[in-house]
Write a protein that binds this ligand. Structure first.
Ligand code: SF4
Length: 288
């Protein structure tokens, strides 16, 4: 039986995604402590961290988590019972701390009333049910829910954050999909479909063979954890929101205007994905 056009497209996307993963892993390596867990309640810490990190630098979140830990508040019951104003002050450098404090307490109360503080019991629920449950809680959108499920739980899934959208758009590998604007679930489904199926399982196991980020997860989950971490690193160090030109030191130009950049930006110059990047090749042609 011959493969359909969509099968071929999906297979090609899978190859390119695995190629990008391998190149990024070769460049950055794997960092087992990429998500630095500092308490003995890792799953609740991850729930709290994913809420605090919205619009906030990770260093600020880490400091806030350390303060919560020191105050004995990294337990659902303790967090739920805390004074909201005191909690808000404790997480204050984090953006929207006045909204995040009551939001976190509502999540903590839910864990107390529905799961007797057992975060693992919540996170072990089937993917679709868990996602719907998380999305019904305050301060939790798709990206936050998926981050909790992937790192706090062991659900293998692709997180469609701003970094992933930017990178996929610039690589130009999602045929027929504008990765900057397409609905979250459309991009997630396309990537996961391309990386599904028994034919890819062996390669996924191989690709995920690196010091795991957090323990206790199957190779496919470890792969997605690593992939997300690598995409974040790539977009922090290379594929920046704005790109610096070589020919005008100090001048920044936005990505959409970068097509006519005669010399590639510094970020592209060191990027391990140049060989497969549509934007890089378009820049090269424009420079001729
Ligand atoms: S070559 Fe440049 S545009 Fe392409 S992925 Fe790398 S940094 Fe981004």
């Amino acid at each position: 039986m011959s493969a359909s056009a969509s099968d071929v497209t999906r297979a090609m996307l899978g190859e390119r995604l695995l190629g990008a993963y391998a190149a990024l892993l070769g460049h950055f390596g794997s960092e087992p402590h990429w998500w630095p867990i500092i308490t003995d309640a890792p799953q609740f810490e991850i729930v709290v961290g994913t809420v605090l990190v919205q619009q906030t630098r990770w260093e600020t979140v880490e400091a806030a988590i350390a303060r919560l830990q020191a105050a004995g508040l990294l337990r659902p019951a303790a967090l739920a019972a805390a004074k909201t104003e005191a909690l808000a002050a404790m997480i204050r450098p984090c953006a929207f701390h006045m909204q995040k404090a009551p939001g976190l307490q509502a999540i903590a109360r839910y864990l107390c009333t529905q799961y007797d503080e057992d975060v693992a019991a919540l996170l072990s629920r089937p993917r679709a049910e868990l996602r719907a449950e998380l999305l019904a809680l305050p301060r939790i959108g798709r990206e936050t829910a998926d981050t909790i499920m992937l790192y706090g739980g062991t659900h293998p899934l692709f997180i469609v954050d701003a970094y992933a959208r930017r990178l996929l758009a610039r690589l130009g590998i999602l045929t027929g999909v504008d990765a900057t604007r397409a609905p979250y679930d459309t991009i997630q489904a396309a990537v996961e479909a391309a990386l599904s199926g028994p034919a890819l399982d062996a390669r996924l196991v191989q690709a995920a063979f690196a010091p795991p980020i957090l323990a206790d997860a199957a190779p496919r989950c470890q792969f997605y954890r690593n992939f997300h971490a690598l995409i974040v690193e790539e977009c922090i160090h290379h594929c920046l929101a704005t790109r610096m030109r070589h020919d005008q030191p100090g001048a920044r130009r936005t990505f959409v205007d970068a097509r006519k950049c005669a010399a590639h930006c510094r970020a592209c110059t060191g990027c391990p994905l140049r060989g497969m990047c549509a934007t890089y090749h378009a820049d090269s042609r424009a420079a001729l």
